[in-house]
Design a protein around this ligand. Sequence first.
Ligand code: FPP
Length: 240
Amino acid sequence: MKIGKTKVNDELDLSKLPQHIAIIMDGNGRWAKKRGLPRKFGHKAGCDNIKKITRNIFDLGIKIVTYFAFSTENWKRPKEEIDEIFNLIRKYVEENTEDFVSDGIKVTFCGKYEELPKDIVDSFKKVQNETKYCSKNVLNFAVNYGGRDEIIRAVNKAIKIGEPVTEQSFAKLLDNGNLVDPDFVIRTSGELRISNFMLYEMAYSEFYFCKTYWPSFGNKELQEALISYQNRNRRFGSIK
Ligand code: FPP
């Protein structure tokens, strides 16, 4: 069976999909190294993969996807590589804004992206503004994002408001305050850690780790991950 251009695995139950997937796209550098290419080619291939896999994710009926594109710790990388990543994101959102609008895709960002170079910040604000009324899907990018940093900023917002918080009211102060928590988190490339990603939001997420490097993680690998998700028993602390 196909939905749009997405081939669907017979084993996948389309009525049991996560609402929100968060992806730690790891392995771009190793993907490039394996091919004797500079790291930036890995990031370019990773960026091209975002376009393809986002189509698959939304075709299947998943509403929200968050990609971890740049962490508060990634500043330790060479400036050339950092600039390359920001430019790829900027180019990606600029070149696809029209399609986002016509496809009903709302683009959002989380993290301290306002600290990035002005041209990057301007392009992020523009795409957010132009897609703000889109309501079919959400495409969320974590850029200059750290889970601890997000929590600390939310704590400071709460102090300014000056009232005790609840779990629910505190969650609203986070960057993704209007999004449901990720049900499912995928990390590619064989690393088994969460690297300071969405720490508060992932309290009850299901995790999936696979060896494939991000640029090679395609529709087939996505659906294998989703089949694993569907076979989990999410109890949220109950005994069901
Ligand atoms: C991790 O792989 C990847 C990143 C830190 C950057 C991810 C960025 C992109 C895919 C391009 C951004 C484009 C958009 C549209 C968001 P790594 O470099 O740590 O790989 P390695 O562990 O193999 O070295």
